[in-house]
Design a binder for this molecule. Structure first.
Ligand code: ATP
Length: 445
């Protein structure tokens, strides 16, 4: 278990502008959150790292940005309209609805097994033994396209980004002259009408996913599957800076797998509320392309020149939720430490992910010569590092605490000596050590 509590993270996120409750002034809306000024910086950096590793650094993975609403036939063919369900129980006393599998702490979706496990359970909301038998509940968010709200205009907000990847498989293959193996990647919003959204941004109704579907010859499925499992594990440790000890593998048993997967391994992160799914690697076989081929009557098979054979490609999927990664990054980086007899909150974020790489302060804010020199240094650093925050509130000690709490790796102070010799003080977030360096050396540090 993580040493930080969820309350500490929620409080930091609100206090410092990482995440706000959506529609807060109207009492909020369960399962929806707004990312604030610092949150959007961190989220964008996580997305950029993922995009670089998955798309830019590879030669055979192409990005797309598909529409959130597609022809509903896509979701009929993919099995989501009938199969994208969770088990639900109602309370006949208070009307509350709960995820049946969560009430009994099980990963099973089998209704008979859940019914047995639920015997003797009370409703967590009212405490009465008035729960119904479990039944399935579809999580697709419905909408109507156009001015007439009837059955013919029903469509869905996508429940996963993967759908628009499958229906663009042929477009990408043709336009990029791609040969197997190749992948298509996408970052974007998805919507799930979760029965009980909870644990802050962990289980939400509007989520953002980073997904990649890798199209392969079925003969290569085992090796490719292992490669993408390894990719996810390494990415979290090396690119995002999560500690290896905070992660653990979980293989899905047959009755826990999504309707499209023949094999599924999740990386669990040890969140403050327990080890839970962060990143899934799935073998989706030819399930999606075959179904879309049948439903659309468009041939999506592939002719392999080497083996002179025709087959429907298999798909290995790598799928991770941005919000869950964001929460894992914060939980892993959060520390409370004693410094000079005081407790400081410090986010030991990987410097590349920190919302601000540097904070710049003039030693005294009422000295115009210090302010204008510090503004010059800020402008120089901004050219290279983008976001460099200006902080001239309170004394230097307070500024350091404020920057520690949002993970700023370096605080730079411009003082009178700077005006003479172009040196500044740079203070390191993790060690709290301060050094005097030439302004021109700041980048090297
Ligand atoms: P869970 O079992 O937790 O409901 P899942 O197995 O349904 O998740 P997938 O369909 O494999 O999840 O989705 C891929 C990724 O999208 C997950 O690994 C997770 O990071 C993220 N994700 C899925 N559902 C949610 C949600 N409701 N809120 C936030 N992130 C989610």
């Amino acid at each position: 278990m993580s040493k930080v509590t969820l309350e500490q993270i929620v409080s930091l996120c609100k206090r410092r502008g990482f995440v706000f409750q959506a529609s807060e002034i109207y009492g909020g809306l369960a399962g929806f959150w707004d990312y604030g000024p610092l949150g959007v910086e961190l989220a964008n950096k996580i997305k950029a790292e993922w995009w670089k590793s998955v798309v830019t650094d590879k030669d055979n993975i192409y990005g797309i940005d598909g529409a959130i609403i597609q022809n509903p036939k896509l979701w009929e063919a993919s099995g989501h309209v009938t199969g994208f369900t969770d088990p639900l129980v109602d309370c006949t006393n208070c009307g509350a609805r709960h995820r049946a599998d969560h009430l009994v702490d099980s990963d099973s979706t089998d209704l008979t097994e859940l019914k047995k496990l639920l015997e003797g359970k009370t409703c967590p909301t009212c405490g009465k033994m008035t729960l119904t038998e479990p039944r399935t509940y579809n999580m697709m968010m419905k909408t109507w396209v156009g001015p007439i709200e009837d059955d013919s205009s029903v469509s869905y907000l996508r429940p996963e980004t993967a759908g628009s990847i499958f229906i663009n498989y042929e477009n990408v293959r043709e336009t990029m002259r791609a040969k197997l193996p190749f992948g298509i990647a996408q970052v974007g919003k998805a919507f799930r009408n979760e029965i009980s959204p909870r644990d802050f941004i962990f289980r939400v109704r509007e989520l953002e996913q980073m997904e990649m579907q890798y199209f392969i010859n079925p003969d290569d499925q085992d090796k490719t599957y292992q490669d993408w499992r390894e990719f996810a594990w390494k990415f979290l440790i090396e690119r995002i800076g999560i500690k290896e000890d905070s992660l653990v593998w979980n293989e899905h048993a047959e009755d826990e797998r999504a309707h499209y997967a023949s094999k599924a391994h999740d990386i669990y992160f040890k969140y403050p509320f327990g080890a839970k799914e962060l990143w899934g690697t799935h073998n989706r076989t030819d399930f999606d392309l075959s179904n879309h081929s049948k439903a659309s009557k468009k041939d999506l098979s592939y002719f392999d020149e080497q083996s002179k054979s025709r087959f429907t490609p298999f798909v290995i999927e790598s799928s991770v939720g941005l919000g869950r990664m964001f929460l894992a990054v914060l939980a892993d980086a959060y520390n409370e430490e004693e410094v000079n007899g005081e407790t400081r909150v410090v986010l030991k974020l990987k410097p590349e992910l920190a919302p601000y790489r540097f904070a710049i302060s003039p030693l005294l804010k009422n000295k115009p010569e210090l302010v204008s020199k510090a503004r010059e240094v800020q402008a120089e650093l901004k050219k290279v590092y983008g976001n460099v925050i200006w902080d001239d509130n309170g004394n230097i000690g307070k500024r350091y605490r404020r920057q520690d709490e949002i993970g700023t790796p370096y605080c730079v102070t411009v003082d009178f000596q700077t005006l003479d010799d172009d040196t500044v003080t740079i203070r390191d977030r993790d060690t709290t050590e301060q050094k005097r360096v030439k302004i021109s050396q700041l980048g090297d540090i």
